[in-house]
Design a protein around this ligand. Structure first.
Ligand code: ADP
Length: 215
């Protein structure tokens, strides 16, 4: 049997833009399932082979190789469905931190159907760097502890991740201002996300907008 296509919303934005914060909140709402690729990596046993690979790359602010990343992601999401933590028919999948480059976007095409992309936009790079340093102190993260690693993460974002936006149809992309309190950013994120969730709800098979209209 062919693998099912997971109807998906992508949270997109530079390091520090607040994807994780927004994703976590959305994940609390029934009908959404949030999966953060960075969190998936961080939860690995550091002594495992994959954990060591993750440490090696993330401590330099670099991306883990694409094949390893997408394979791990696909196995993880499958496991979540087997455990019924994620129910593809009921839940809209919210991905944050993946795909992180065009190659990953291509590798993931056989698994996901992207219904929309929320692009959290922040043009003030220095504000983002400050946010990341504060978070590093609070959460004990090796990748953001050093300013030079943060700057490298930004370089990787601009070089490899931003082009992912061109991979998708422009009408799928919704820009949301990332500056402001989590609640006010959430308000704008919900304006985008709620209609997309309705689309999924009305047609969980292929996500097209022509599905039956709710009574
Ligand atoms: P951010 O703070 O930018 O959201 P993440 O928590 O998503 O950072 O990721 C932390 C680290 O995990 C990255 O620097 C990278 O090494 C690794 N990582 C996360 N997602 C991916 C991915 N999709 N592809 C490759 N590496 C990833």
């Amino acid at each position: 049997m062919a693998e099912p296509m997971y109807q998906t919303l992508l949270l997109f934005g530079a390091p520090g833009a607040g994807k994780g914060t927004q994703g976590k909140i959305l994940g609390q709402i029934p009908g959404f399932f949030h999966l953060s690729c960075g969190e998936m990596f961080r939860s690995l046993d550091i002594h495992s082979e994959l954990g060591q690979i993750f440490y090696e790359y993330s401590s330099r602010g670099e991306l883990v190789p694409d094949d390893v990343t997408v394979k791990m992601w696909a196995e993880n999401i499958r496991a979540q469905t087997i455990l019924s933590l994620y129910k593809p028919h009921d839940d809209l999948l919210i991905l944050d931190g993946i795909p992180r480059n065009v190659e990953q976007a291509k590798l993931m095409e056989k698994y996901i159907k992207v219904l929309g992309i929320v692009h959290l936009v922040c043009r003030d790079k220095e504000a983002m760097v400050k946010r990341l340093r504060r978070r590093a102190l609070k959460e004990n993260r090796v990748d953001d502890a050093k300013e030079e690693v943060i700057r490298n993460r930004w370089r990787v974002y601009e070089q490899d991740t931003e082009p992912v936006l061109n991979h998708y149809r422009s009408d799928l992309i919704h820009e949301v201002d990332a500056v402001g309190s989590p609640a006010s950013v959430l308000q704008h994120v919900l304006e985008v996300v709620v209609p997309i969730q309705d689309t999924h709800f009305n047609n969980p098979i292929d996500g097209s907008e022509t599905g039956p209209v709710k009574a």
